[in-house]
Design a protein around this ligand. Structure first.
Ligand code: SF4
Ligand code: SF4
Length: 258
């Protein structure tokens, strides 16, 4: 949430606003509550949040997960909730300083959205009010559509939309998957992207799946492409969608095309 420049608007009365709504908000070292919203909060991280943060901190994804998150398994749900770990003593976010957020360009989606919340119907509402967020009393007007772009939200929305294509069917089908191996592989693909890269390039994976040279190069070089591929791999493995092609040589004998 906090940096020396930040933005959102009005009252905190739960009113729904569309993207053309103009609201009042600004945030920076000049607000009396500066950094107060960066403590004692629950920030759920998406796979893309983890990817951005681990790269910003120059950490291996496994180290980031171990050091900075709490992974909450949910009964009968294949995908756990991954939460940013606050400091044990002062409950502050580990990335906040008096000057603001030290990972600001790569801050998670909820921090970009604050103090707005996106409703299921695509409208927005304030999740706090001016008694707590003094930025809502600042004299800066923001059209929500422009503000979302300024906050870098569209890229996160695109990746979260792809993530939802994995999570939504899982919820809808209420799949009762308790095989620990499937849980581990799914978790790796979503949240431990550096390990997933090793899995793709250092196992027999490429002997089993058809991938052209361009795709292979992209997956080697670009974490975002690799994460999109991880979503496809889960869709293939869990839902049987035709997102990947198995090499003929890797098919069981009876399935091979003569
Ligand atoms: S990541 Fe940055 S903006 Fe988000 S809570 Fe931590 S310090 Fe605040
Ligand atoms: S509570 Fe609002 S104004 Fe205060 S630091 Fe957080 S976002 Fe900025």
């Amino acid at each position: 949430m906090t940096e020396s420049k930040k933005t959102p608007g009005p009252g905190g009365d739960g009113a729904r606003m569309d993207v053309e709504h103009v609201f009042q908000f600004n945030c920076g070292t000049y607000v009396p509550c500066f950094t107060e919203c960066c403590q004692d909060i629950t920030i759920v991280l998406s796979p893309y949040d983890v990817l951005r943060l681990k790269n910003a901190l120059n950490l291996h994804s496994e180290e980031f997960i171990d050091r900075h998150t709490v992974v909450l398994r949910r009964e009968k749900l294949l995908i756990p909730m991954v939460v940013l770990k606050m400091n044990e003593d002062d409950k502050q976010c580990p990335f906040v300083t008096e000057q603001g957020c030290t990972v600001y360009p790569d801050r998670p989606w909820p921090c970009r959205m604050y103090p707005l919340n996106m409703n299921d119907d695509g409208t927005f509402s304030l999740i706090t009010d001016s008694s707590r967020c003094k930025g809502l009393e600042q004299d800066e007007k923001n059209r929500i559509s422009n503000w979302l772009i300024e906050q870098g939200v569209p890229m996160y929305d695109e990746m979260n939309h792809l993530f939802a294509q994995v999570t939504t069917p899982l919820k809808a089908q209420d799949l009762d998957i308790d095989n620990p191996k499937i849980y581990q592989m799914t978790f790796m693909a979503l949240y431990n992207i550096d390990k997933f890269r090793d899995f793709v390039f250092k196992s027999t994976f490429l002997d089993r799946f058809e991938l052209d040279d361009l795709t292979i190069e992209k997956l080697k070089r670009n974490d975002v492409d690799l994460l999109k591929f991880a979503f496809d791999w889960i869709k293939f493995g869990i839902f049987g969608q035709k997102t990947l092609r198995v090499k003929e040589s890797a098919m069981p004998k009876g399935d091979q095309v003569p």
